[in-house]
Ligand binder design. Structure first.
Ligand SMILES: C[S@@+](CC[C@H](N)C(=O)[O-])C[C@H]1O[C@@H](n2cnc3c(N)ncnc32)[C@H](O)[C@@H]1O
Length: 355
């Protein structure tokens, strides 16, 4: 039997020559820079989105935990090995630390996203990973194959939470337009978490509301929130589609926050006409939305809805104003909430003598 050949190690001089050669190769330099500047942020964002969605960040915010505890808390019963490999990637990425077998939050982002007050930011990161990333990656193939996203592709819970990223803008719009010196009957369509109904209810203690959302699980969550916030006696919640909403009651204010792009562009006039019918004479519409021409994040949001079989692009300001007029609204107007932002509040009235 031949003896195994010893491992061949090159001399220090040969190693140096190889290093100089590799370092001088422009493709290797490009690969390293691409890894650092492009791939690394994607790895970090993907890991953190998984860490938010699985509950890892919230768990480790309470205290460091070993892999067995993490597995138990995250509902992983058998495959603790693979969970540990994932956690160790988090350590390699610098998001987590691991000391004496216990994992802890390490990076600034991991610690910030774990805080309950930053849940909208955590939701926004999940939105990037779950929706923006796939559409940016798959758009050409989807266009080629005629494929589109459907409402079921949207995780209603993620969207309801991430929508609150524009909370200061929407709250400001509601504060500007809500009447406070008399009882107001509010209909909020596409209520998400119900947060803005609570905001309105706080501003006007005599406000009562019906909050509806198309997605049953989102409407159910809004109902739970109202009960938790002590508003169940003033706010009714239910699943419903604005286009088919069957209610006798007429409202003083109808709000549509961040959801006009859930309707195809050529159906928006009809949708707005339906909204107008639900208002009492003299009642007002308050519609808030991001419009065309904003940040890359808004361009990605717009792209997703261009590729959805149920919605449409973010509105063009002038076109939406025209559609409101076509739908029969009077005193139509639009205001910018923050200079430099593409976020707008559109308002219109059902004329007092209108039928
Ligand atoms: C982006 S979320 C916004 C949620 C909330 N308004 C906010 O700003 O936080 C849009 C919501 O509109 C709801 N929606 C979409 N089309 C609807 C329709 N036809 N009727 C009622 N709700 C609808 C969706 O289910 C989703 O929860």
């Amino acid at each position: 039997m031949n003896a195994p050949s010893p491992a061949r190690t090159s001399s220090p001089a040969a190693q140096l020559r190889t290093l100089v050669k590799v370092a001088g190769d422009s493709r290797i330099r490009l690969l390293l820079s691409l890894g650092r500047r492009l791939a690394m942020p994607v790895y970090r964002a993907s890991f953190l989105a998984g860490a938010v969605g699985s509950g890892l960040l919230r768990l480790l915010e309470r205290q460091p935990a070993d892999a067995e505890t993490v597995a138990r808390e995250l509902g992983v019963r058998e495959d603790t090995h693979r969970l540990r490999v994932w956690l160790d990637v988090g350590v390699r990425l610098g998001e987590l630390s691991c000391r004496d077998g216990r994992y802890a939050l390490r990076s600034r982002y991991a610690r910030a996203l774990a805080r309950p007050g930053n849940d909208a930011l955590a939701g926004a990161l999940q939105e990037v990973a779950h929706f923006h990333h796939p559409v940016l990656r798959d758009a050409p193939a989807m266009a080629r194959d005629g494929r589109a996203f459907c409402l079921g592709d949207q995780d209603g819970d993620i969207i309801a939470r991430s929508s609150l990223i524009v909370r200061p803008f929407v709250e400001e719009a509601v504060s500007r337009h809500l009447e406070r010196d008399r009882p107001v009957r509010l209909l909020e369509v596409g209520c998400g978490t119900g947060h803005y109904v609570r905001h309105a209810a706080r501003l006007n203690p005599r406000l009562t509301a019906l909050a509806v959302d198309l997605q049953p699980e989102v409407a159910a969550r809004a109902g739970e929130n109202m009960a938790r916030w002590g508003l169940a006696d003033r706010v009714r919640t239910r699943q419903g589609d604005l286009r088919k909403l069957d209610v006798e009651e007429r409202f003083d204010l109808l709000t549509l926050h961040n959801n006009i792009y859930y309707f195809p562009e050529d159906e928006r006039t009809e949708v707005l006409r339906r909204a107008r019918e639900l208002l009492a004479p003299g009642g007002r519409l308050l519609l808030t939305t991001s419009c065309q021409g904003g940040s890359p994040a808004l361009a990605a949001l717009n792209l997703w809805f261009e590729y959805a079989d149920f919605g449409g692009p973010l509105p063009h300001e002038d076109r939406l104003l025209d559609q409101m007029r076509e739908a029969g609204f009077a005193a139509v107007g639009v205001s910018r909430i923050v200079p430099g932002e593409q976020f707008r509040a559109f308002t219109g009235t059902r004329a007092p003598d209108a039928h």
